[in-house]
Design a protein around this ligand. Structure first.
Ligand SMILES: [Zn+2]
Length: 395
């Protein structure tokens, strides 16, 4: 097939190696320029170091409720050795465009940029807000500022589409996630005299075992939601480091763990967290019996909320019509920024081109047909922008 207009744009977007650890200011400048060429104003929201930024732009009137198109500009690293072509030089083969971020999720951005002139021409009654973030891949760290800005627009948007890859199906739910780093400080000493020391590794191992037991308990007897795989909240210890030599009592250990919760309607997550905190506090007390200076520091390293948009919300059906899908809304196993928008009171769904199973690995790709279908989805959106949102959101 003839490549759609978005394929050319996507090639350029892939060329910006916007790995989360890098600055994304060059790709933001590229988007700004495309917006500015049509006279669309946009606003950067820089991070503290002014090394990265989100971008927010409104196409159309600002005095009424509109629709948000949300995407992240960062990508995961491309250090896998088995790439068939350079990951940051998009390569077109057999109707597929290969490159890091092609699927997750620069393809969605490319389709939006390809349809900018049309959206700009048509958005006389219903505005479209573009909200492009950074640092999504390292725990949705860039989005909170941007979401606050979107939710604080003169009129709060009525719907948000997060264009993460769902093969243009509608996803209305995902688990929330919170991750912590625990640093145990004990007291070192000769291993022959452990009674004069406080063993940080033993304490951290007890905490890891406590988390493992709790994970089993929650899996067996905790709340269930069969639309998820697995259908319960998970607790996972990802790393535990400590100790340097057998004849030394280790005075430091670091453990990282995460909780991925199913949508929590009964307030079970706070209860779970306070049980974990109580277990950690008990370990700290035990350490302090032999070393009063011992301590356990808990730091939150990632947190984003669950998404649980009601499947019968009018916004869900409206976006399904735009996407041209009649499939039932589903859940996704990966986390997104959608939960943050939903938490801010904006009905939010996930719907974007490509499939997440192709992302975060070598030879990530998106089909030209998928890009073309996304352009058509945005054409359908443009076709409704001369009407007030209420007329097509509910009918
Ligand atoms: Zn993504």
């Amino acid at each position: 097939m003839t490549p759609p207009a978005s394929a050319t744009i996507l090639k350029e977007l892939v060329g910006f190696a916007s790995v989360s650890a890098n600055s994304n200011l060059d790709i933001i400048a590229y988007v700004e320029e495309r917006l500015a060429s049509l006279g669309i104003a946009s606003r950067r929201l820089p991070d503290k170091m002014a090394k990265k930024a989100s971008l927010l732009a409104t196409i159309g009137p600002t005095d009424r409720a509109g629709i948000v198109l949300s995407a992240h500009t960062d990508v995961v690293p491309a250090s896998e050795p088995n790439w068939s072509s350079p990951p940051f030089e998009a390569s077109l083969r057999d109707g597929r465009l290969y490159g890091r971020g092609a699927c997750d999720m620069k393809g969605f951005i490319a389709a939006i940029l390809a349809q900018l002139p049309l959206l700009h021409r048509e958005a006389s009654e219903t505005p479209v807000h573009l909200a492009f973030s950074y640092d999504e891949e390292v725990g949705c760290r860039g989005a909170p500022d941007l979401v606050a800005e979107v939710a604080g627009l003169p009129v709060k948007p009525a719907v948000c589409i997060v264009g993460e890859p769902t093969s243009l199906q509608i996803a209305t739910a995902h688990k929330g996630k919170v991750a912590y780093r625990i640093t145990v400080t004990g007291r070192t000493g000769h291993s022959a005299l452990p009674h004069r020391a406080a063993n940080a590794v033993t304490a951290a191992a007890r905490i890891a075992a406590m988390l493992g037991d709790l994970a089993d308990e929650v899996a067996i007897s905790g709340p269930r939601d069969e639309s998820f795989d697995p259908p319960y909240t998970t607790i996972h210890v990802g790393s535990l480091h400590g100790g340097s030599a057998l004849n030394l009592v280790p005075d430091r250990a670091v453990l990282e763990y995460e909780i991925r919760n199913i949508p929590d309607r009964e307030g079970g997550i706070p209860v779970l967290c306070s049980r974990i905190e109580a277990g950690i506090a008990a370990e700290c007390q035990a350490l302090r019996r032999s070393a009063p200076e011992a301590d356990i520091l808990i730091e939150e390293i990632v947190a984003y909320p669950q998404l649980a948009t009601a499947a019968d919300h009018p916004a869900v059906a409206a976006v399904a019509r735009l996407a041209g899908t009649e499939a039932r809304p589903r859940t996704v196993s990966f986390g997104t920024e959608a939960g943050l928008y939903a938490e801010a009171g904006i009905p939010t769904v996930i719907c974007g081109p490509g499939d997440m199973t192709r992302a975060h690995k070598a030879d990530e790709w998106i089909g030209l047909d998928e890009l073309a279908a996304t352009e058509r989805m945005l054409e359908r959106l443009a076709g409704r922008l001369r009407q007030p949102l209420a007329t097509w959101m509910i009918s």
